[in-house]
Design a protein around this ligand. Sequence first.
Ligand code: ZN
Length: 491
Amino acid sequence: MLTPDYLENIPAPMMQLWQQVEEDILKDVARRIGKMGTLTATADWQLWRREQVRLCNREVLKILAKYTGKSTAQLRQIFQEAAAKALEEDDLLYRSAGLDPPDPNTDQALLNLLNAGYQQTAGSWQNLTATTANTVSGQLETALDRAWLQVSSGAFDYQTSIRRAVNDLARNMAGVTYPTGHRDTLEVAVRRAVLTGVNQTAGKLQIARMDEMDWAFVETSAHAGARPSHAKWQGKQYHRGGAVTYRGKHYPDFEKATGYGTGAGLCGWNCRHGFFAIDPDLDPQPAYTEEELAALDAKDIEYQGKRYSKYEISQKQRALERHVRAAKKVWLAEDAAGLDSTQSAVRLRQARQDLAQFVKDTGGRNDSSRTFVSGFSRSQAGRATAQAKQNTLTNAAGATIIRVKRTTLTGTPDSITQVEHAKGGIDRNYYGPDGRQVKQISSNGHGHKKEEALGQHGEHAHDYLYTEDGKLSRPARELTDQERKENADIL
Ligand SMILES: [Zn+2]
């Protein structure tokens, strides 16, 4: 049997490989969007756009071709290892029962099943990645159109539009389109394909072996956080080919109870459950008692005054790990697009600190492979760290301020940036939860008559107000006492 933990980790090497593909593609897309900013008004926009989409499509095919061999070899290895492991335990039991299971490496029926499982998974993955070039270049086309519309309608300046487009793709770029039209990232799609393909094949091998051994009693594995429809039958014993009562104990029908063989059941889509042969004379009790099964999801970890199950805590950690990965991707994409990536470097630092704190608070373990971004080389990591360190300061209230070269109308949600003017004077820009600027505080009146008259030496604030049709007004006003206190370091 393949244990839930084994199945959880088995797609990891394939996921890392396809994360790399994803990031190579993202960098190409971001670089193209970044070039939009250099277009002159006279350039033929439609022509340029069509050319970029075409070149992107070609580049994606090139990137895919580069990784195909490695991916195929890796998938084959995963299947071979899993097959050996799937039969190990059952074969021990058969031998102890006096049976003689043949060596799986020379058992032609099993080898055929293994090969068919591998071929099917490899084939469906190939079909999925055949949609990648069109999926990606379609998104580039949409992103370029949207950015262009924003610029030409005057809603945003070039820099802001490009940044929005690049950030959006770094967060949401899909890599495959399913026949249903549903889209997913390469990372998510490859995990599902490998997990499902391997577990289905392992199940088929074990069942074939059981048929050879004429064996009928089985038990299912159990894991925390199982979906409710699977939790019902996990960690229990069954009989194949119809329910029986043996030595006073009832064994429900294996397939009927677990849905084995169907997509929604045991060893189906995204399922990490398995099963193993048992001898009802030796093991009349399942490995898990009812109490232990119930305890799998017990809320016995305290975090910030609330109680959580181990599974819930692991899910929270996964979410924080995804934040780190997402922040790294945004940084990479901004860097490739030639944008100022200071704010995303600071955000990355924050995401890392949040994860480290959570791991410390919950007594977990930091798994660097989960936050790893392959396109993120050591030099880039160093650059991002230095960027975050050199460009942040704290205001008089202890909040983090990010030093940037210029004021933009959108920024990292709930952040404050600072622009120092060559002619003197400091502006601090405040961003709301949606990333839109809500306020600016200036240390002087920038020589404007009206603003020089405010405060003691022109220090003042602007509120950023948008009318219903999106027009911005930024009336100047006196600072509040609270604002003076917070910004005492620049006033
Ligand atoms: Zn399951």
